[in-house]
Design a protein around this ligand. Structure first.
Ligand SMILES: Cc1cc2nc3c(=O)[nH]c(=O)nc-3n(C[C@H](O)[C@H](O)[C@H](O)COP(=O)(O)OP(=O)(O)OC[C@H]3O[C@@H](n4cnc5c(N)ncnc54)[C@H](O)[C@@H]3O)c2cc1C
Length: 336
């Protein structure tokens, strides 16, 4: 193996994006990840949209992050030889007359008018007594496919060590970092919620459990994302859909729970006119933070040690932007 410059701990969305940014810069790196089954990045529905939260606000930064993210996902698709990003408007069903009035009022404001648009024709098979609108500049990334293909690419290029990183085995000196005989200049920590065990950074990560279902139905077909009353339906492989999700803050229990399944199925009955069947149920822990701020940290004493974490509920949208920033920051200080 060639001499490596950077180690990345974790191959979720954060670690994979940092790895890709380094690949773009032709900087030799090694990813260390144990191939855990239940990770947020492997089960995420992968949706992105400029509108955020119940109040459907648009943060100005998001308008820069979305085109950047799309560009990066297209580049990754090219590298992996398979498309992972799908651009499509969200079909937003109004759950009440109040919600309809509030969004219609918003759609007149200049910032929102390009993002909240009337539907061209009603999608059949959906309860939509109060109507619907479309949210533009949205889409989804097939995270399961991406994580799997990217891992294969890392292996093929000898850029993956399949193991857990043991913090106590990292040697830190002024000139270099070393780990189990490897010497390198920089290390990026991207362990998701498991960074609660990281002894080098004191960032507060709040674990947020999320359950998601995969459902099949013979009565319904669309390549659009559908949202209604806090629940989404995202197209998935083999004409199935991902449906979710739940948000259980301060919960780090990784296994799926029946109450979450029943809740999602109840919401789906309120959305879909015809029957569906649940074919899979998964759950994992999102790494969230108090103010929903992404953690991009460079260690105060050791500039070569960085952390990218706290991607929360929006890893797909925010990840590329912040991965690019943290790599730029770290490489800039290395050249000083
Ligand atoms: C049900 C659900 C649905 C979601 N839907 C969406 C969505 O539609 N859109 C969206 O943008 N986001 C969504 N998310 C959120 C998204 O999944 C997260 O923002 C993102 O996956 C976080 O990525 P991460 O790389 O920080 O963490 P993780 O996915 O947790 O990855 C961390 C990686 O680090 C590894 N690791 C941990 N400790 C160590 C160690 N000591 N040594 C080596 N490796 C280690 C882990 O094994 C793992 O592979 C969803 C999440 C859930 C749970």
């Amino acid at each position: 193996m060639e001499k490596i410059n950077t180690v990345i701990v974790g191959q979720g969305i954060a670690g994979s994006l940092v790895a890709f940014m380094l690949h773009r810069k032709k900087i030799p790196f090694l990813v260390i990840d144990p191939a855990s089954q239940h990770t947020a990045s492997k089960i995420a529905a992968g949706m992105f949209t400029p509108l955020s939260g119940k109040r459907k606000t648009i943060h100005p930064l998001v308008l820069e992050q979305i085109p950047f993210a799309i560009k990066i996902y297209q580049e990754i698709s090219q590298l992996l030889g398979q498309n992972i990003v799908h651009l499509s408007n969200i079909y937003q069903v109004f759950n009440s007359a109040e919600e309809q009035a509030a969004l219609q009022l918003k759609s007149i404001e200049p910032v929102y008018s390009a993002h909240i648009v009337p539907i061209l024709g009603a999608l059949p098979g959906i309860h939509q007594q109060n109507g619907a609108c479309e949210i533009t500049h949205s889409g989804w990334v097939n995270c399961e496919l991406w994580m799997g293909l990217f891992r294969t690419w890392l292996k093929k290029n000898e850029r993956l060590l399949e193991a857990s990183f043991l913090y106590q085995d990292l040697d830190i000196s002024e000139e270099k970092l070393s780990y189990k005989g490897l010497e390198f200049q920089n290390i990026f920590f991207c362990e998701g919620y498991r960074a609660i065990h990281n002894p080098f950074f004191n960032e507060k990560i709040i674990p947020c459990k999320g359950d998601v279902l995969t459902i099949a139905t013979d009565h319904f077909a669309t390549d659009q994302i559908i949202k209604k009353n806090g629940i989404y339906l995202v197209p998935s492989e083999n004409n199935a859909f991902k449906a979710g999700a739940t948000y259980q803050w301060n919960n780090d229990e990784e296994l799926p729970d029946n109450a979450s399944k029943l809740w999602i199925e109840g919401q789906l009955e309120n959305m879909l006119i015809n029957s569906f069947s649940t074919i899979d149920h998964q759950s994992a822990i999102r790494p969230t933070t108090q103010n929903r701020e992404v953690i991009i940290q460079q260690h105060l004493q050791h500039k070569g040690m960085c952390m990218l974490n706290g991607l929360g509920t929006k890893g797909v949208l925010q990840g590329p932007w912040w991965a690019n920033r943290i790599v730029e920051l770290c490489m800039h200080s290395a050249s000083e």
